[in-house]
Design a protein around this ligand. Sequence first.
Ligand code: NAD
Length: 442
Amino acid sequence: MAQKETAPQTAPVATATANVEANHKRGNLNAIVQQQLEKATAAINMSKDVALILSQPKNEIIVNFPVRMDDGSFQLFKGYRVQHNNILGPYKGGIRYHEDVTLDELKGLAAAMTWKSALHDIPFGGGKGGIKFNPRLNSKSELERITRRYTHALGSNIGPEFDIPAPDVGTNGQIMVWLMDTYMNVVGFEEKNAVRRVVTGKTITAGGSYGRESATGQGVVHCIVEWARHKRFNLNGCTYMVQGYGNVGSWASRLLAKLGATLVATGDYKGYIYNPEGLNTHKLTEHVVATGSVAGYKGAKPITRDEFFQVECDLFIPAALELEIDEKEAKALRCKVIVEGANGPTYPEAEPILAEKGIDVLPDILVNSGGVMVSYFEWMQNKRSERWELEEVEQRLDHGMKRTYGQVQELALEKKMDYRTAAYAIGLKRIEQAYSERGIFP
Ligand code: NAD
């Protein structure tokens, strides 16, 4: 049952490539998450008091910390951890290493984690953290020291029953292990091994769970299967395109290919590629592992970002960064459904255009929650000193994703809501109930 861990490790590749990311200007994710919150609270007539509490994170932590670089000089880094809400359980959410990280972006992402855990009835709250830098420009040893210094600077602001980080853009299992090891070594000898669940998404050897690395991509595919079943759409022989070929994008691609679907276009921070005859997802993954990007892959021709959004296909999986689908992209898209692997990829302004064109949007907090679900399984295994077989993890993930998908679909149909509002509504109802029972203390 040991799973082959083969996701492109996009983070620790120390190639001094200049940042040639598409010059796509992003708006304010937090403002958009607030807009979506307001829409959902109105739809379910949620208590104004609870809506007020949820409109801001509980804690916003900023740390500035020095790191010794390979050449002996010191560099100062800015790290964040936003703790949005913990009424349903410890704060939970990824750590992002990216040059565009801002406090506002993390506030939006942390809030989305609160709704996501609540939607799936996972006893966690929501958080998100990150460091503002480009990890592709650092060596492996620098990445280790940056991670350890960041963890040390956060100190007791994280903890196995308080706030539990996980991987996100630019981080992976190795980075989680450095984080865990640093935390373990400052808590004292007796507790040392008991606290490894301070972080999830670890490598298997360090206490990670089988199936965690592929979990988010697998969850994306479970949602696609459910959507197709409901629409009586045959996935075997259909086409799809994926933006971002990192952890989420590459796993979703390979798992969809197994169902007989054909990847026709993909792209990442360095460029976009297209082949109407289909791309071999395994060979493409090997190329990305070797080079850090899909660019330059021989089995496809390069296209521009604009051309990518015009590719005709059945399914589109955004799995890169947030706020990629604005009005322009919505008008260009020629797919049947957008399956939000990334967090917050769609602007609210794009949604009516997509609806008008008959394009379904399966929302992030439903679609990409396989990661937090298996993170919860990892945390439980660590807590009980157990190791679950891959089959057991996969079965639980399959059950959890399909159950929630069914609930969202039922509410959406019953109340004639879009999927996003229905997903928010289910999560927010659980949070509202918890506040109505517990109140605020003192
Ligand atoms: P990753 O770092 O493994 O991969 C990110 C991918 O996006 C890479 O291929 C990168 O080249 C590409 N990318 C970066 N900037 C880009 C740009 N400007 N244009 C196009 N492509 C760009 O990250 P990941 O873990 O796969 O996360 C991807 C998305 O999924 C993020 O929105 C993240 O928050 C979300 N997500 C991840 C998980 C998880 O378990 N890893 C869980 C839930 C949601």
